[in-house]
Structures are given as C-alpha cells and as structure tokens.
Design a protein around this ligand. Structure first.
Ligand code: NAD
Ligand SMILES: Nc1ncnc2c1ncn2[C@@H]1O[C@H](COP(=O)(O)O)[C@@H](O)[C@H]1O
Ligand code: PPV
Ligand code: MG
Length: 279
C-alpha cells in the first residue's frame, strides 16, 4: 500500500472529485447546471447517445429531469431531451439499451441511427486511399460517427450534445478524442464510477443498469471488452484512488501512467503559446 502522493492529490483536485457525496444534492446541482446552461445559451434541446450502460443511463435521466423541470417553470414546451440509439448494425445488447430508455430514462423523443454504413464507407474510402484501418482504430471511427450523428441532430433542434465523461474515465483518458469525448456539456464531471452508482440508486434506477459491466464495445475482434480488462485496473481501484484512499503501488503506477499519457485529451489543441504539455 502507498500513502497519498502529491500527484494523487493533484489529480483529485484537477478532476474535481469529492471524497464523499450526498446523492440528493449532487442530483439537484447537476440538474440545475443543465437547466442554467440551456437558459443562458438559449438552446432548447439536449441530445445524448444511449448505449444501455451506466453512464448514459445516468446522464440521460438527468437530462430528462432537467427539461421536464424547465417545461414546468417556463411553460416552454420546446425544452426537450432527444435520446439517440446509435448501434453499429445489430447491437448484441440492444435489449439493455431499450430497457434503460423505457424503464428509467423515459426520454421525450428517441431517434435511432445505424452508424454501420457511414463507418464502413469511411474505412473503405481509407482503404481506397491506401490506408488499411485496424480493428482498434475502426472502433474510434465508430465513436466519432456517433459524435457526428449527435451534432447533426443538435443542429436541427437548437440542441446541445451531452457528454458522459466523468472522473473515472477522465483520469485514464478512456474515451475517443473528439468521439465520445466531443460534447457541449458534461454533467457527470467530477463523479467516479461508484458515485455514479449512488446517484442511480437514489434515482431508483433498476439495479441491472448499474451492475452491468462497463464496456466501450468498439472492437469487433474483442466484442464487449470490459473497460477494466482494457485498462488493466478495476473501477474499484480507480474510485479508491480518486477518493484519496491508499491503493497498491502497482495500481497507482498504472493509473498515473494512463493519466500522464492522456493529458492531451483533457486540453484543447496545443498552440505555440501553450506550456502545459511540457510538464
Ligand atoms: N469506455 C470508454 O469510454 C471508451 C470509449 C471510446 C474509446 N475508449 C477507449 O479509449 C481509447 C481510445 O483510443 P486512443 O486513446 O488510442 O485514441 P484517440 O483517438 O482517443 O487518441 C489518440 C489520438 O490522439 C492524438 N494524440 C496522441 N498522443 C497525443 C499527444 N501527446 N498530444 C496530442 N495529441 C495526441 C493523436 O491524434 C492520436 O491519434 C481506446 O482504448 C478505446 O477502447 C473507451
Ligand atoms: N451503441 C451506442 N448507442 C448510443 N450511444 C452510444 C453507444 N455506445 C456508446 N455510446 C455513447 O458513447 C458514450 C461512451 O460510451 P462508453 O461505453 O463510455 O465508451 C456513451 O455514454 C454513450 O453516450
Ligand atoms: O457510457 P456508457 O453508458 O456506455 O456506460 P459504461 O461506460 O459503463 O459502458
Ligand atoms: Mg458503454
């Protein structure tokens, strides 16, 4: 076991993680944040891809609660949440996504777009141009196609794209840059994975939504690859680390290596005047 290091303390501060949370307060503040963002920007809708996983279930429900509250206080029915199903062809766990939508999120509207034709066309065009795309890299194209669809829908409906990034993903940079990392607002920022579960429990989400194994499910060679296998550390490890608890040195080293390697994802593109990347 190691004691908390300076780097661990810096990461916790940078990612704005609280050691302990009050779920009711977190939900109220995060819903209020979404509402203030819409009112201040003049945007009317929220757009978010729903995979059937924990994070989009939580961000989706908070989005729906936010627009319902706005409709009540402003009497403006243009405030709407648009949930988007974005399968690549037939999604193996499609029933989980529909369960999340119908039994918990209950969005105003649902749109389904199959990202397979666009993804495959891009890979084929790259092949024609002389670039053979690996299965892993194709996975990132899928995540970016999902981003394109969400922005296309947002563009049609005065919408803002909601991102599902949170501290337990941000610390390892475990998302596709400008793919699922591309969004207008991220209401889950600062939460770790178990705090997300606490919020879902408070919201009376069916347990299977937060007991599901987290996966990006982007690779065809390794379908439904658990995030924890890809990362080499568990979310329990990551959550403990982010709460300032003692974790094994080997675990801390792995988390910190991911953090250092993915700093570029937590910043805007680098300009000549920037210094942060030299650290
Ligand atoms: N669970 C999830 O949330 C989720 C979702 C999607 C992807 N993923 C995972 O996230 C990872 C995404 O893959 P990735 O990180 O290889 O691809 P990425 O496209 O997100 O990031 C790599 C790209 O970032 C740029 N880059 C790399 N190093 C840089 C640096 N030092 N400075 C500036 N730019 C730099 C380069 O353009 C490089 O191609 C994969 O492991 C994937 O499975 C997880
Ligand atoms: N199959 C999917 N349909 C809709 N939206 C999806 C799908 N897969 C991923 N998403 C969105 O991307 C983020 C990130 O997913 P990770 O599992 O964390 O990689 C997810 O929250 C959805 O908004
Ligand atoms: O982003 P999601 O909803 O797919 O959740 P998870 O990361 O747990 O798969
Ligand atoms: Mg997922």
């Amino acid at each position: 076991m190691m004691m908390m290091t300076t780097l661990q303390a810096t990461i916790i501060k940078d990612l704005q993680v609280k050691t302990q949370i009050d779920p009711a307060t977190e939900i109220q503040q995060r819903v209020q944040f979404i509402q203030e963002y819409l009112k201040t920007t003049g945007m009317k809708t929220l757009v978010l891809g729903i995979s059937g996983g924990q994070d989009s279930s939580l961000a989706g429900r908070l989005s729906q609660l936010a627009v319902e509250g706005l409709r009540q206080t402003t009497h403006d029915d243009n405030y709407q949440f648009i949930a988007v199903r974005l399968p690549y062809g037939e999604q193996a766990d499609e029933s989980d996504a529909m369960f999340a939508l119908n039994e918990f999120i209950k969005p105003d509207r649902m749109i389904r777009v199959n990202i397979q034709p666009a993804t495959d066309a891009m890979v084929a065009s790259l092949q024609t141009g002389g670039e053979t795309i690996s299965d892993f890299n194709k996975g990132n194209i899928k995540a970016r196609e999902r981003m394109i669809v969400q922005y296309a829908i947002a563009g049609q409906h005065q919408g803002a794209v909601v991102g599902t990034d949170h501290a337990a993903e941000a610390v390892t940079g475990f998302y596709t840059k400008f793919g699922d990392g591309g969004a207008d607002l991220t209401p889950l920022t600062g939460l770790n994975k178990r705090q997300g579960k606490q919020l879902l429990t408070y919201l009376k989400a069916p347990a299977k939504l937060y007991e599901k194994t987290p996966t990006a499910d982007l690779e065809e060679d390794r379908p439904a690859l658990p995030d924890e296998v890809a990362l080499g550390v568990t979310y329990q490890n990551i959550d403990d680390y982010l709460e300032g608890k003692n974790v094994d040195q080997v675990v801390a080293d792995k988390i910190e290596a991911w953090y250092q390697k993915t700093g570029h994802k937590r910043h805007l593109p680098v300009a000549p005047q920037d210094e942060w990347w030299k650290n």
